[in-house]
Structure formats: structure tokens, C-alpha cells
Design a protein around this ligand. Structure first.
Ligand code: CA
Length: 236
């Protein structure tokens, strides 16, 4: 660990878990700081802003929900929320807390590190460049519901096109099925979550037909979907 290693703040009151995460974080080349009490988080951020925060939902003092909201008042620092229940994730996304990703306990520390790296890649200095690569690669034609890339073209249905458009406009943001339905069917309540899944499935198949090496629309387990710009153009 060097003095220049990006700092990852781990906000977790279960001491063993916090130390396990810190171990993995340090082994991945970052510096780690642990805070076990919610009330200590904001004062700590005011003295040093970390590169990212792993934020447990249930905390003594101030809970993770409140903290996430408060942090978003003054900082766009990447936040990975950690919750003990997968069913909770959809609700958390619905609250629009501004978290960058959600992880469900029990998790493997490896998975946490992978998600942490992904968030840092999406939000870090290279992210804007990666997004503009996508802007150059992909061409959306909203009049014909067509997507073009790499000399290939696919015609989407109106629903598929709008789904993709919603995800594509906010790279990295997770949309729950319910949020996607609100965007696509403003007068919904007659369609089920499965409808979104089935449209996304067809959309992904069409995207794979034009850009086979890239997974543009990611399913986030228990949470929904997101458009993920890739760090580098595909290699053959
Ligand atoms: Ca906890």
C-alpha cells in the first residue's frame, strides 16, 4: 500500500466483516478505512474524501439510507450500498438515493471488489472517454427505431428502442423494472415485471447481433438493468 493508493471507506458495524472487506480492498491495491458508527461518517468525509464508499444499510447512529442521502447533498463520490436482503434492493433503487451499485449480503468479498472496480471505472477519470467511445460506436435513429454500429444495423420495436434509450442516456445507472415500466408505459399497471424482462431479452439479442463482443445492457441481480459503457473498444 502506498500513500497514493485510492482510499476506500468501509462503513460497516460488523467488525469481522469490516476487517475482511478491508483485507480484500488493500490486496486489490487500495487503502482502506473502517468506520463502524454512522454518526462518524460525515465528519470523516469533511476531512478526507475517499475514492469510493462501501456503505452498509443497517448501522448504529445514522443508518445507511440517511447517510447516502446526506452525502449526495455535497458529493458525487461513488457509493456501493450493502444490504442484508435482496428484496430490499428494488425499494432502495426506488428511493433514488443516488447509490452507484447495490450488493446483497451474504456476498463474496471478491464480488465486492469486482463491483467496486466496475464503479470506479464507470465514474473515474476514464469514464467520460469510455462513454464518448460508445457515442462514436453506436448510432441511434429514433425515427426508424434503428441502432447502427460497426456497419451493422438492427431495427427495434418501439418498446425495445425506448428501453434502450432510457438506459443509454444514463450510463451506469441501475434502473429497476418498475422504473423502466414507468418510463415506457406511463399509464401502466396492466403490464407485469416479466414484460420488461422479455423485452430486454429481445433487445439484448439484437444488440449482440450488431456488437457481439460487448455486453451493453447488464442485468443486475435482484435490482434491474443498466447500460454499461466499456473501458476500451472491443478487441478481436
Ligand atoms: Ca450492519
Amino acid at each position: 500500500m502506498t500513500a497514493t493508493a485510492p482510499l476506500i471507506l468501509i462503513v460497516e458495524d460488523e467488525d469481522k466483516l469490516a476487517r475482511l472487506l478491508a483485507d480484500y480492498v488493500v490486496r486489490a491495491g487500495y487503502a482502506a478505512q473502517i468506520i463502524g458508527d454512522g454518526t462518524a461518517v460525515l465528519p470523516s468525509l469533511r476531512s478526507a474524501m475517499p475514492a469510493a464508499i462501501l456503505l452498509d444499510l443497517m448501522l448504529p447512529g445514522t443508518d445507511g439510507l440517511t447517510l447516502c442521502r446526506e452525502i449526495r447533498q455535497f458529493s458525487a463520490v461513488p457509493i456501493l450500498m450493502i444490504t442484508a436482503r435482496v428484496e430490499e434492493i428494488d425499494r432502495l433503487i426506488g428511493l433514488e438515493l443516488g447509490a452507484d451499485d447495490y450488493i446483497c449480503k451474504p456476498f463474496s468479498p471478491r464480488e465486492v471488489i469486482a463491483r467496486l472496480k466496475a464503479v470506479l471505472r464507470r465514474t473515474g477519470p476514464g469514464a467520460a472517454a469510455a462513454a464518448s467511445v460508445d457515442r462514436n460506436v453506436l448510432e441511434l435513429d429514433p425515427l426508424a427505431f434503428r441502432i447502427r454500429a460497426a456497419g451493422r444495423e438492427e431495427t427495434l420495436t418501439s418498446v425495445e428502442f425506448h428501453l434502450f434509450d432510457v438506459l443509454y442516456r444514463e450510463p451506469g445507472r441501475i434502473f429497476s423494472r418498475s422504473q423502466l415500466m414507468d418510463r415506457i408505459y406511463p399509464d401502466r399497471r396492466v403490464v407485469s415485471d416479466r414484460t420488461i424482462d422479455s423485452h430486454i431479452k429481445k433487445l439484448r439479442r439484437k444488440l449482440a447481433a450488431i456488437l457481439p463482443q460487448r455486453e451493453l445492457v447488464h442485468a443486475v441481480y435482484g435490482a434491474g438493468y443498466r447500460y454499461e459503457p466499456q473501458a476500451a473498444p472491443p478487441r478481436d
